[in-house]
Write a protein that binds this ligand. Structure first.
Ligand code: G
Ligand code: G
Ligand code: G
Ligand code: MN
Ligand code: NA
Length: 260
């Protein structure tokens, strides 16, 4: 496949770059974390999104190397904003389940933190809720290793897959991210019963997160109507176009400076 061949060269040809999107506290809107999102600038195809090329990288064995590139560059960026004085602002990095299956994954994370000169709690690793059961022992090994370092774990896309509210207390995570589909249906043009269901669900998530001492992030917040609804329900954190779209690295410090 053509994309696969091109992707094999993307890293060495300097075609990958990161954007960063703030995760903000509710209700003050202050950024506490920036999620790194990888992009591929191809000379002919233009900017290719991770929705397209991450699955390809996973299929053709490129994900360990690509994932390490993302981790390394995200930490380098975070070291820069820490050096600029924003030491309380973390960086979140999306991790493919295939990376979690590598025996040496936690060790790689430790090495990259040391290289960037950052303390482990400055890093949050986002694992998607759809993480499957094959190689579960190895995934658990990585999870324990990551936790032992003091790196934070975030459960991405919560509600979209297999995890249930009742399973949350078995998962050693610090953060739960409500899938943006729920946020969208909170105020969207959907049946009144669907809106009521989504509101009840988020309210239950707020209760469970508070009980377990987890941070709860609503993803994909686009309108102040959604924001106000989430604030009223008791959501502690939010992310989305309302606050900021993903921005290039040069846009991060101005973003932090603006709200500091
Ligand atoms: O940035 P965007 O909304 O296009 O991201 C689409 C999807 O790609 C999201 O599910 C996001 O989690 C995923 N993604 C973005 N960057 C990375 C990355 O560096 N690694 C992995 N594994 N997934 C990523
Ligand atoms: O006020 P400040 O510049 O910190 O806000 C940062 C972001 O958070 C802005 O994009 C703003 O729209 C959003 N925000 C902060 N507080 C509220 C609020 O009470 N309601 C809504 N709708 N948005 C808010
Ligand atoms: O699955 P994950 O949460 O990592 O996906 C993040 C993706 O969501 C990024 O690709 C980002 O571009 C996208 N995104 C961020 N904010 C919004 C938003 O407010 N609305 C929508 N529709 N997508 C968003
Ligand atoms: Mn994510
Ligand atoms: Na998500």
């Amino acid at each position: 496949q053509m994309l696969e061949r091109e992707l094999r060269h993307a890293q060495e040809r300097g075609q990958l770059y990161l954007e960063f999107q703030p995760i903000c506290t509710v209700p003050t809107g202050h950024p506490v974390c920036l999620e790194a999102l990888v992009r591929w600038q191809h000379p002919e195809f233009g900017v290719v999104g991770p929705d397209i090329f991450i699955p390809i990288a996973e299929d053709c064995g490129l994900i360990p190397s690509l994932g390490e590139w993302v981790l390394s560059h995200a930490l380098t960026a975070a070291a820069r904003w820490h050096a600029a004085g924003f030491t309380a602002v973390r960086v979140a990095v999306n991790i493919s389940p295939l990376q979690m299956m590598q025996p040496q994954f936690a060790q790689t994370v430790a090495q990259e933190l040391a290289r960037a000169g950052l303390p482990p709690p400055a890093l949050e690793l986002e694992v998607t809720e759809g993480i499957d059961m094959r190689g579960r022992i190895q995934v658990e090994h990585s999870v324990l290793g990551i936790r032992a370092l003091g790196v934070r774990l975030s459960l991405d896309d919560f509600g979209s897959g297999f995890a249930s509210l009742s399973r949350l207390n078995e998962l050693p995570v610090d953060v739960v991210k409500i899938d943006r589909m729920f946020v969208s249906d909170l105020t969207g043009v959907v049946a009144r019963s669907r809106r009521r269901y989504v509101r009840t669900l988020i309210s239950a998530m707020v209760t469970v997160a508070a009980t377990l001492g987890l941070e709860l992030v609503a993803e994909g917040v686009e309108t102040s109507e959604q924001y106000d609804e989430l604030a009223a329900l008791g959501c502690t954190h939010a992310q989305g176009y309302l606050f900021s779209p993903p921005v290039p690295e040069a846009g991060v410090v101005p973003l932090l400076g603006h709200v500091a």
